[in-house]
Design a protein around this ligand. Structure first.
Ligand code: B1M
Length: 210
């Protein structure tokens, strides 16, 4: 699709308005919101990530791309959350301490909301105390943690260990996700499940609360 290719280029170049326009055009052509999210937006961000890794793009450019991605997501959010599903559980979600990546976490929050979960979004850079206070205050069922850096993902274990020390680990379903994680890591730190992407997070959360 020509427009999708154009949007991938526009995302790469951080062209916020063009992304908004492209999202609206795809929707008007009858595209499902989830496909608009995954093909041009997540697809574009994958290319940005590769070039960032390879030293072709730098933080300022990546921030612009992230801004364009967020603008597109803002249009899709109400559509993804529009299922009218009854509330099936409450999740506290946030990115771990030391980590400021929030696009993936926002996407998970959005899709979970669409599936009927109530979401308490703690944002980025969360210490264990922050998660735990929110879990208690909000009487949540699920804890979701996101990490995008190999240097911050071990902090997830700190949070789980703190829950254990307080004797409340088993009061919550703990789901973890983020690009550098895998199944084995999830098991090793004592999470209930690793979620590869937002759709898997929804399915996994549903399977636990059902
Ligand atoms: Co950063 N960054 N970044 N970055 N960045 C990565 C992660 C990196 C892989 C890029 C690279 O080198 N290829 C690399 C990490 C390398 C490593 O750890 N081994 C990296 C680096 C090094 C850094 C800095 C250290 C760079 C620097 O300053 N020198 C710095 C760190 C700052 C910090 O956090 N302390 C940094 C900064 C930034 C920006 C600020 C410029 C920007 C973030 C903007 C923002 O988030 N608001 C940024 C971005 C955008 C990226 C990449 C390009 C894209 C991340 C993203 O949004 N992906 C990323 C490269 C990459 O991942 N390929 C990169 C799209 C998103 C939809 O996917 O987040 O994976 P993702 O989420 C998925 C799944 O992982 C899963 O579901 C989501 C949806 O399907 N998931 C969950 C995620 N969280 C979940 C939680 C769940 C369940 C599933 O809970 C239940």
């Amino acid at each position: 699709d020509e427009l999708v290719d154009q949007m991938i280029d526009d995302l790469y170049d951080g062209m916020k308005e063009e992304i908004e326009e492209g999202v609206n055009i795809l929707l008007s052509r009858g595209w499902a919101p989830y496909d608009v999210l995954t093909k041009p937006l997540v697809g574009g961000m994958t290319i940005v990530g590769n070039d960032f890794r390879d030293g072709i793009l730098f933080v300022p450019e990546v921030l612009l791309a992230a801004g364009a991605m967020k603008a597109g997501m803002a249009i899709l959010k109400p559509l993804l959350a529009e299922t009218g599903a009854p509330t099936i559980g409450r999740m506290v979600i946030g990115t771990v301490k030391g980590d400021i990546h929030d696009i993936g976490k926002n996407l998970v929050a959005m899709m979970m909301e669409g599936a009927g979960f109530e979401i308490v979004d703690l944002g980025i850079n969360n210490p264990a105390e922050e998660y735990i206070a929110a879990l208690k205050e909000q009487n949540a069922d699920i804890l979701g943690m996101s990490a995008l850096l190999t240097t911050t993902m071990p902090y997830m274990k700190v949070v789980i260990d703190t829950l254990k020390e307080q004797g409340i680990r088993d009061d919550y379903i703990v789901l973890v996700g983020g690009a550098p994680l895998n199944e084995e890591f999830g098991r090793a730190i004592g999470a209930d499940a690793y979620c590869r992407d937002a759709a898997v997070a929804v399915e996994t959360a549903k399977s636990f609360v059902a």
